[in-house]
Every structure is written in structure tokens, then in C-alpha cells.
Ligand binder design. Sequence first.
Ligand code: PRP
Length: 179
Amino acid sequence: MHQDVEQILYTEEQLRSRVKELGCQITADYAGRRPMLISVLRGSYIFMADLTRAINLDVTVDFMVVSSYGAGTVSSGQVEIKKDLSDSIEGRDLIIVEDILDSGNTLYYLMKVLQARKPASIRLCTLMDKPERRTKPITADYVGFTIPDAFIVGYGLDFDERYRNLPYVGVLKPSVYEK
Ligand code: PRP
């Protein structure tokens, strides 16, 4: 275990198994359709790679870079699109793929932007959900794990751009972010 990690919340095996379940659920729900999976970078890149391989449908993928946190642990509420989608989403069935749903600020903003482009439907899939932190009316259609309000890293999730490559999800030691 990494020295900055206090506790492993989800092991590689637990993540693999839950992501497979989500993939099966999406495969069943979208049978006969061609959903477009939109990965909100950077945090979702590992989840996106595993989730898309767990979906047995003719999917397409696209990517956005959105940022709201900077180097802090609390959302600033300011959301910025740093990289937009490459393709049109008009008439498409979208599944937004996020690593974590926290205050809901990012998705609240993003949903409005994407709705305006007239997709056929939008659903949200998040690996981690922290419902007790929500300040905006956003709920996910697919949730990997509902978690308590701890600062977690790994499997794509960072603190100050570090720890994304940890293969598990762990709770960061407070001493690291209180420095
Ligand atoms: C994280 C995460 C979500 C957002 C969730 O992104 O990937 O996009 O915060 O928080 P919210 O519900 O409070 O808006 P972050 O801005 O940390 O960028 P990253 O994906 O590059 O890690």
C-alpha cells in the first residue's frame, strides 16, 4: 500500500467485479442501441477504459476535459471546459462517465451544456457517489459505490494530480492534504 494511503476502500478485485456488473447492466438497458460514452477527464480515464470493455454493444466514445477543483480538496463551483467533445451528440444516447459525483457542480453544469446540443437521451454513470456532499440536484443512473465523505485517491482519482495510477481506491491520509 502507498505510504500516503490510510486504508484501502476498494481493492482491484472489488473494482473489477463492480465495473463488470455496471457493464452488464448498461448492455441490458441499451440493447439494440448504440450509446455514446462520454468520459469526463481526467479522473474517469481508468474507469472509462474498463467500463467500455465490459459493455457488449456497438458503443462510441468521446472525451471532455472539465475542471473545477484545482489543487484544493473542495470544489470551487467554477467549472471550465478545457477540451470539448470531438463529435456531434445530436440525436445520440449519451452516457456520461464520471469517476466521482461529489457536490454535483460539475455535472449540473455539464448536463445543461450537453442538453442544449439536443441528444436523444442522457444518463450518468459514476464509479463513486458521495450523496451527503451534494449541493446541486444531480443523481446518477448508474453508481458503482456509494461512499462516505473521505478524501479518496486511486483508480483515476487524484490529489493534486498524484495517485491516479494506484490500482485500488484508498483513503488519503489527512496529513497529506492538510500540509
Ligand atoms: C472531479 C471529478 C468530477 C468532479 C466531481 O474532477 O472527476 O468531475 O470533481 O465533483 P463535484 O460533483 O463536486 O463537481 P476534478 O475537477 O477534480 O478534475 P479531474 O477529473 O481532472 O481529477
